[in-house]
Ligand binder design. Structure first.
Ligand code: UDP
Length: 481
């Protein structure tokens, strides 16, 4: 049998979409590949790299991981662009035109370096220009979709949904109509649970067309990586196997790294991959709270709230009588500045002993804290995986993209939370908080504990994700032959 050439290091060039929820799991994968002895070039946008330099000790991180390096390229947007909310979609088009040629040049120049030319590209499933670039330069490409398997499978059926006349919808008509044309998910999804793009009024909308072409380009990759685990989504994962020669489910990546490091002799190198400085003062506050008594509230890195929505959450939380830890990201209230500005400061007056607010939390640690009893989340996939791994039940308030599918899986398939999709009123919030922490807790906690157990097993030696990660590493090594 042929053996890999020991003088050539396998070298993965990793390209995430330049956004928090995409960069973070791909950085975790990069760390794991480096710990296994591979070289990694991690390609951020200049904008993301500048923010990472402010929020983590990049030099120390790189020095502890031999073989790891960052590169950065323009994302094509001016520095003052918010890159959040619906404006985040601008990145789709700017990266295609501006980043693509730069990425191609980078691959060519890395190929000229002695020692370890790129063995493969691992690119975000929403950065399909990387497929073109890798094909042009002749490097194998693996696609990493940062959504879960069910949602990834739904995206492969958008054309079918159009053919069947399921989308576009007429306004918000018939939102509870069952969607039956996606094999394996026939009894799960209603119209309102389809990905955010299905609510666009025209098929010709450039964002709809973007998703259609990105999803189709993914199938030109030699393999698919998903941050999920077999036990969670086995039937759909096997269906994805009909579209890709190989599917590696290697999640939950964030727990993987922790469990790997615990058993490894390497120094702890884990980055938190945060684009904001974490306010760790909330951990001391949590220490002073009773077990399972606090609701953690966070809507991730992109969702913004109107002032009215913010007020509904605040009333609902205060009237539930429960304590809460709330992340108000800078600029996340439409038209307001966040922590330190009205209305947040004013609102907190009189409820300070009940609520604690931060601009950005160490979320994984918060979810692992014994005082946390529940999580109000926008159902981003990382937040969902982090809560399900920690066994924390959730209330879902999904806004766009894969969040609408995730919240349905959480409430109906895995039964580890409640879905308050398409509503935002104080009475519902108050009731759901009480249900989650008291009235429906027993039933939900049973499933949450079971799923958390399966997640832990999957990343242990011999577990499904553990074995899949080993296969991925070996397959990359074999590409050096
Ligand atoms: N996050 C964090 N601190 C916060 C809020 C979020 O560290 O205060 C992290 C969270 O742990 C998750 C990521 O930001 O890993 C958000 O990713 P997700 O997919 O949940 O949502 P997105 O930001 O992509 O909408």
């Amino acid at each position: 049998m042929e053996q890999p050439n020991p003088s050539i290091f396998p070298h993965a060039v990793i390209l995430p979409m330049p956004a928090q929820g995409h960069m973070k799991p791909m950085l975790r994968l990069a760390e794991l590949l480096c710990l296994a002895g591979l070289h990694v070039t991690f390609v951020n946008s200049d904008y993301i790299q500048a923010r990472l330099l402010k929020s983590m000790d990049v030099a120390a991180f790189c020095s502890r991981l031999p073989g790891f390096r960052f590169e950065s390229l323009s994302d094509g947007l001016p520095p003052e662009h918010p890159r959040a909310g619906r404006l985040a979609n601008d990145l789709f088009f700017s990266t295609r035109s501006v980043t693509k040629p730069l990425f191609r040049e980078l691959l060519i120049s890395l190929g000229k370096e002695s020692g370890s030319p790129p063995t493969c590209v691992i690119a975000d499933g929403l950065m399909s220009f990387a497929v073109d670039a890798a094909e042009e330069v002749g490097i194998p490409i693996i696609t990493f979709r940062t959504y879960n398997a069910s949602c990834t499978w739904v995206y492969f059926h958008i054309s079918k949904l159009i053919e069947e006349g399921e989308i576009p919808f007429q306004g918000d008509k018939d939102m509870d109509r069952q969607i039956t044309c996606i094999p394996g998910l026939e009894s799960l999804l209603r119209r309102r649970d389809l990905p955010g793009i299905c609510r666009l009024e025209e098929i010709e909308n450039p964002v709809m067309q973007y998703y259609l072409s990105e999803t189709s380009a993914m199938t030109r990759a030699s393999a698919l990586i998903i941050n999920t685990f077999e036990e969670l989504e086995a039937p759909v994962i096997s269906k994805l196997g009909s579209l890709f020669p190989k599917v590696y489910t290697i999640g939950p990546l964030h727990t993987f790294l922790k469990s790997h490091i615990k058993h490894s002799s390497s120094p702890s190198v884990s980055s938190n991959g945060s684009l904001w400085q974490q306010d760790r003062s909330c951990l001391a506050w949590l220490d002073s709270q009773p077990s399972k008594s606090v609701v953690y509230v966070s809507f991730g890195s992109l969702v913004s709230l109107t002032r009215d929505q913010m007020m509904e959450f605040w009333y609902g939380l205060v009237h539930s009588g429960k304590k809460f830890l709330w992340v108000i990201r800078p600029n996340s209230i439409e038209g307001e500045e966040g922590v330190g500005q009205t209305p947040v400061e004013e609102l907190l007056e009189g409820t300070k002993e009940r609520g604690f607010m931060v601009g950005w939390a160490p979320q994984e640690e918060v979810l692992g804290h014994p005082s946390i009893g529940g999580f109000i989340t926008h159902s981003g996939w990382n937040s969902t995986l982090e809560s399900l791994s920690a066994g924390v039940p959730v209330i879902c308030w999904p806004q766009f993209s894969d969040q609408l599918v995730n919240s349905r899986c959480v409430s109906e398939l895995w039964r580890i939370g409640l879905d308050m999709k398409d509503t935002c009123d104080r009475l519902t919030i108050e009731k759901m908080v009480r249900d989650l922490l008291e009235d429906k807790r027993e039933e939900i906690i049973r499933s949450a504990n079971e799923i958390a157990r399966m997640a832990r097993e999957s990343v242990k030696e011999g577990g499904s994700s553990y074995c899949n990660l080993e296969k991925l590493i070996n397959d990359i090594r074999l590409m050096c032959l």
